[in-house]
Design a binder for this molecule. Structure first.
Ligand SMILES: O=CCCC(=O)O
Length: 478
């Protein structure tokens, strides 16, 4: 039996239950209660804010190298504990334990990259008139408020915490209330690595209350959020009201354009692995498969065969390839997407239904012949559902890909270099993968365009949102 450690908040240097009304954490594979979850009141948040202010003064005054040593030690502990933490992620989020372990390693790699970027946060020296020095200093912006989702419960907090700490900022993070033990594990490792206790504060609570309280506080100087477009728009408005910069990593509806000069069976088989990873609950998931006429039917056949062969079940069981959806809201949404598409004339080529009546399991689903007004090809499905759309020529594929207000990630498969070049320049997305389904790593920029948000996490841009450039002009003598 895997142990599930009851999650606590970390406020002002103490693990605490806080004073709010607790809620429950549910195992999505069994619908059993795993634990109760403490929630913060406004007073708890104020203590976290005051602590973050003190932590900021402490952390910013250390050298980047000293900060790096501490955080790297925390990451080593995280890597060492991956086997112990992974089943807890599976218990609260549902993903297969192998995927959970990979997510932990990815979280460590992201935080390591980010904190090392702090050592390379060079400023600029500007050519000056004789007797003058002019330079741009890069300085940490101040305490950061971070809000993270349930789909990547440890790597998403890793992106926020890593970049803030790398920049020299302290953090108040609100982890997902549905998957709290994952972020708790990350914070524990960083603290054991030597992170000063007031540099990080971890809270849970009623999301709207927590976000509005933190964003409005004059202590908080920057906001970072990963989640849905509607919530992102709301938080961005609140941040704008206080003139605070924000990173908004929001939803996607990634097109996958498959041309007829590639083997459709290979692209379909790899597509099934990409699509159904984390039960499709990934903002960069391959979502609309846009397949050229000549290979459309062969692509669908291979995709359906591979989708039907997936083993769906409790992520703790050996050999399971896809776990349950993370919560009943997703189950309801998926049932709605299928019903809407079918009512409008789409065909179900695989799946389409809930599996059983205990646990939030849903069949890997493939839809074809989908009318343009079906919700599934207009709204982010965030689940194990693959709509396949047919196209004839290049311009039509570009038009379909760019039709939606989303612009996070895109994929295309072609043997033509010329076409790849055009796709790279013309498909509207912040990330594009050509001829494979991988997306961004710690060392590459991650973020969207259009309504998928703004700001970048990872890559050499990773600290940008959490640093200011201060221009210094010095006359060498009075
Ligand atoms: O689901 C969105 C986050 C994906 C990632 O961090 O790579």
């Amino acid at each position: 039996m895997t142990d599930y450690k009851a999650p606590l908040m970390f406020i002002a240097g103490e693990w605490t239950r806080g004073s709010g009304q607790p809620t429950e954490v549910i195992n999505p594979a069994t619908e059993e209660i795993l634990s109760s979850l403490p929630r913060a009141t406004a007073d708890d948040l104020d203590r976290a804010l005051a602590s973050a202010q003190k932590g900021f003064e402490r952390w910013r005054s250390m050298s980047a190298e000293a900060r790096c040593d501490i955080v790297m030690k925390g990451c080593r502990i995280l890597r060492e504990r991956a086997d112990e933490i992974a089943p807890r992620i599976t218990l609260e989020q549902g993903k297969p334990v192998g995927e959970a372990k990979l997510e932990i390693i990815r979280a460590a790699s992201i935080v390591e990259w980010d904190v090392n970027e702090g050592r390379r946060a060079y400023g600029t020296i500007v050519p000056s008139d004789p007797g003058f020095n002019r330079f741009g200093l890069r300085l940490p912006i101040g305490p950061v408020a971070a809000f993270t989702p349930w789909n990547f419960p440890i790597s998403s907090p890793g992106r926020k915490i890593g970049a803030a700490l790398g920049a020299g900022c302290s953090v108040v993070i609100k982890g997902s209330e549905e998957t709290p033990a994952s972020v708790v594990a990350l914070v524990e490792c960083l603290l054991e690595g030597g992170l000063p206790a007031d540099v990080i504060n971890l809270v849970f609570g009623e999301p709207a209350m927590v976000s509005s309280h933190l964003i409005a506080s004059p202590i908080i100087r920057a906001i970072t959020f990963t989640g849905s477009i509607p919530v992102g728009k709301h938080l961005a408005q609140q941040a704008a009201a206080y003139m605070k910069p924000a990173v908004m990593e929001l939803g996607g509806h990634s097109p996958v354009i498959v041309f007829d000069d590639v083997d459709p069976a290979v692209v379909a088989k790899q597509g099934v692995a990409g699509k159904f990873r984390n039960a499709g609950q990934i903002c960069t998931a391959p979502t609309r498969f846009i397949v050229q006429d000549k290979v459309h039917d062969a692509f669908v056949d291979s995709f359906v065969t591979a989708a039907k062969a997936l083993r769906v079940g409790n992520g703790l069981e050996e050999g399971v390839q896809m776990g349950p959806l993370a919560n009943p809201r997703r189950l309801q949404a998926l049932e709605g997407f299928v019903a809407d598409a079918v009512a409008k004339g789409a065909k179900v080529a695989a799946g389409g239904n809930r599996i059983g009546n205990r646990g939030y399991f849903f069949e890997p689903t493939v839809l074809t012949d989908i009318p343009e007004d079906a919700d599934v090809i207009n709204l982010e499905p965030f689940g194990p559902i693959a709509p396949v759309i047919r196209f004839s020529d290049f311009e039509e594929a570009i038009a379909i890909a760019n039709r939606l207000p989303y612009g996070l990630c895109s994929y295309a498969f072609t043997s033509s270099q010329a076409r790849s070049y055009e796709l790279a320049h013309r498909v509207e997305s912040g990330i594009m993968s050509l001829n494979h389904y991988g997306t961004s790593q710690a060392d590459t920029p991650f973020g969207g365009v259009k309504e998928s948000g703004y700001g970048r996490e990872g890559g050499y841009e990773t600290l940008d949102a959490f640093m200011i450039t201060k221009f210094i002009s010095q006359k060498v003598s009075v």
